[in-house]
Design a protein around this ligand. Structure first.
Ligand SMILES: O=C(O)CCC(=O)C(=O)O
Length: 310
């Protein structure tokens, strides 16, 4: 995490892994995720450009549901601003993701996993991010917990076992500043707004919408966040598994700063590739200059005084 000026936005290639086969066996889930990361990083065996950044979905190492979180939770022990040793990490998932990021030579946004904090004894839904050298460089704990009740359709209560994170997070690469969020976080424009104002050119949220809200809101919310912040916006979902307790919508996608969906898949396991072009970002902001037309004399700047990553 850096509070310095954002890196110059350069073209890069992104790959989203819409991961399937997420079952009860965590070691098998991790093994499959690592195989798919290597496949994505190879550009699908050379048919696609090698990605600079690879992304996994929300809750990729365990079944999704509040009863599973305490069973699968791992201690990570990452503290922003402090050095972190992957070798000494108590987390099997951190060790595996670090090793595969290094082997593949890519930035890796490792979806999210249930995390147990040994200090406050609480559980979080946490993303971890790795550099191509395999260093753990950032985490994001889902801020807004998925507690909804649509009678006859879907009732879900993450807060039965999870606690919401208290920080807004991004990470810097040599090609962009990337803002983080997880799934339900997309419904809260303030989070995206703050990261965009802090210089993020790209926002990526691992997510797992469902068959009720997915068809209505998954694409709409991403296009809304892309347009209102004039950033690239992307969400990476698990594949749909109708034999699992939670049925994910799938449709992992990438939206450009004009709100155009530039890459998308259906609901099976797949890898979505996208080329991220800063020209679209600069053209959107030059042509529709809302980023310089804000009226902070009429309403407050929500990013004012927010320390990202703290
Ligand atoms: O916001 C939604 O409709 C779905 C959110 C969700 O599935 C999640 O936060 O995990």
């Amino acid at each position: 995490m850096s509070s310095a000026a954002a890196p110059e936005f350069k073209p890069f290639n992104l790959a989203l892994i819409q991961l399937g086969q997420v079952g009860a066996d965590k070691t098998a889930n991790l093994k499959h995720a690592c195989e798919m990361i290597l496949k994505a990083a190879s550009g699908n065996g050379g048919t696609k450009p090698k990605p600079d950044l690879v992304v996994l979905p929300e809750c990729f190492n365990s079944p999704y549901g509040h009863t599973h979180f305490p069973v699968y939770a791992e201690t990570i022990g990452y503290k922003p601003g402090e050095s972190y040793s992957v070798e000494a990490s108590p987390s099997e998932s951190v060790k595996s993701l670090s090793a595969v990021a290094k082997e593949a030579g890519v930035w890796l946004l490792g979806g999210s996993i249930p995390e147990r904090d040994e200090t406050d004894k609480k559980l979080y839904n946490t993303s971890t991010v790795y550099s191509p050298a395999g260093n753990l460089v950032a985490i994001h704990r889902k801020v807004h917990l998925f507690d909804i009740d649509i009678p006859g359709k879907i009732t879900f209560k993450e807060s039965e076992t999870l606690t919401g994170g208290t920080a807004i997070n991004y990470f810097d690469t040599e090609f962009a500043r990337i803002g983080l969020g997880i799934c339900y976080d997309v419904r809260f424009p303030e989070l995206a707004m703050i990261n965009a104002r802090k210089g993020c050119q790209v926002l990526i949220y691992p997510g797992a919408f469902n068959l009720t809200t997915g068809p209505l809101h998954w694409e709409l919310l991403q296009r809304a966040r892309a347009i209102d912040q004039q950033v690239y916006f992307s969400m990476c979902s698990p594949a749909r598994d109708l034999s699992a307790g939670y049925h994910a919508w799938g449709h992992s996608m990438v939206v450009d700063p004009m709100g155009k969906v530039i890459a998308e898949t259906e609901h099976e396991e797949d890898i979505v590739y996208a080329h991220i072009d800063p020209k679209t970002f600069h053209d959107a902001r030059a042509g529709i200059p809302v980023t310089t037309q804000r009226r902070f004399d009429v309403y407050p700047d929500v990013s004012e005084g927010i320390a990202v990553g703290k």
